[in-house]
Design a protein around this ligand. Sequence first.
Ligand SMILES: Cc1cc2nc3c(=O)[nH]c(=O)nc-3n(C[C@H](O)[C@H](O)[C@H](O)COP(=O)(O)OP(=O)(O)OC[C@H]3O[C@@H](n4cnc5c(N)ncnc54)[C@H](O)[C@@H]3O)c2cc1C
Length: 402
Amino acid sequence: MKKTKVIVAGAGPVGTVAAYYLARAGIEVVLLEAGVDCAMDLRASTLHPPTLEMLDTLGITPTLLERGLKAPVYQFRDRGSGDVYAFDMSELADITRYPFRVQCEQYHLSRLLASKLEAEPNAAVYFNHRLVHFEQDDDGVTVTAETPVSLERFRADYLIGADGASSLVRKWLGIEFDGFTYPEKFLCLTTETPLEQYIDGLCHVNYVSDAKEWLVLLRVPSLWRILVPAGDASDETLVSDEKKNAVFGGLIGLTDEVKTHHRTIYRVHQRVAKTFRVNRVMIIGDAAHLNNPIGGFGMNSGIHDAFNLCAKLVEAYRNGAEGGGGAEALLARFDRQRRTVTHDFTQAQTIKNMEFMKEGQAAGHRKRHAEMQRMTEDPVARRQYLITQSMFGSLRQEAEIQ
Ligand SMILES: Cc1cc2nc3c(=O)[nH]c(=O)nc-3n(C[C@H](O)[C@H](O)[C@H](O)COP(=O)(O)OP(=O)(O)OC[C@H]3O[C@@H](n4cnc5c(N)ncnc54)[C@H](O)[C@@H]3O)c2cc1C
C-alpha cells in the first residue's frame, strides 16, 4: 500500500490546483486521475481576476497570460435593438493587478499543473487510476483505485474529492446534492469563422439577448464558442447541419460556409452538496457544486475552494494539528465558508444571470434594459456590479465567515 499525506481524486482544473498547492507547500500528495490524461474538454474558458491572483502565488498566471486572451470588457447585447451595454474591468485597476478576465481553455491549466506536479519531489500523479472505494477511520483514509490491470491501495491522512459532477467521493459519503436541472438542453458550437468581422464592436465576452434565442459568444485563443439554449430536441437534431446553419444564419447571415470544430450538448444543473466535508474527506469544485455557465463561475469557484481548503490543511500540518482539534476547527471553517458563498453568491448570481438572459425574450425585456442602462451610467452601481461579477465580493464575504 502506498502512503502519502493527502490524496486528491480528479485531475481537472480544481484537483490539479489543490495537488500543486499542497506539493509546493511541502506536503506529500498523490493525485489520482481516471483518464489517461487531463481531459481536453471545452468547458470553462474564463479566469476571473481573483483566480489569476491566486494562481500567481503558484507561479502559473504568467503562462496563462501567454496562452490566453485578455478580456477587459464584457458586453450585454440585444440582438433585436442593437443596444450594447459594456462593462470595463479596467475600472478595477485600483484593487487588482489583473483588471481583466483571461480567456483560456481549462485544459491548459490542468495540463500545465499536472506536468509541473510530475517534477515536484512531494507529488505523484497517477493517470488511469479511478478511485472506486475508500474507508476512513480516526487516523486516516484508505483509498482503492482501479487501473486497467489491477486494484491499488493508497493510505493518507486526508482525501480530497475533486472528481467532478458525478463525484464518487460525494456518493460514497452519502451527501445529498440538492438543487435542480434546467429543463432545456444547451448547445455549444465552436468555429474559426471570425465573428468579429460580421458583428460590429464584438469583444471577447458577449452575452446576447434576443426575442427568439439568446446566446453567449466567447472568444478563446483559437476559436469562437457559441452557447445557445437548445430546448428538448433530440441530440441528433441539435448536432445536425440544419441546427448549426440556423444558429449561424440568425447570427451572421452565413450557413454552409461556417465550419464547426465541436457541437456539444450539455445539461445544466444548479446543485450544492449538503456538506463539503465528512471527517477526513472533503469535496471541492464540481464534486461539491454545479451552476449554469453564465458569468463563468464554476471552475473559478472550484479553484477558490481549493485555495481555501489547502491553506487550512497547510496550517493544520504546520501547527502539528493534523490529527487533533486544530484541524477539526480549520476544516469545519472551510466547509462553512465555502458552502455559504456557494449558496449566497455562485448559486444566487448564476440563477439571476440566467433569468436575465431569458428575460430578454419576454415581459422583463424593458426592465432588463432599464437596469443595464442605469448600471452603465451610474459609477457607483457599475463598480459594485464589476466587483460582484469578478468574484471579489464572494471572497470578501468568505473572509468574514468564522
Ligand atoms: C459549457 C460550459 C462552459 C463553462 N464555462 C465556464 C467558465 O467560463 N468559467 C468557469 O469558471 N466555469 C465554467 N464552466 C464550469 C467548469 O467547466 C467546471 O466548473 C470545472 O470543469 C470544474 O472543474 P473540476 O476540476 O471540479 O471538475 P472536472 O473538470 O469535471 O474534473 C474532474 C476530473 O476528475 C476525474 N475523475 C472523475 N471521477 C474520478 C474518479 N473516480 N477517480 C479519479 N478521477 C476521477 C475526471 O476524469 C476529471 O478529469 C463551464 C461549464 C460548461 C458545461
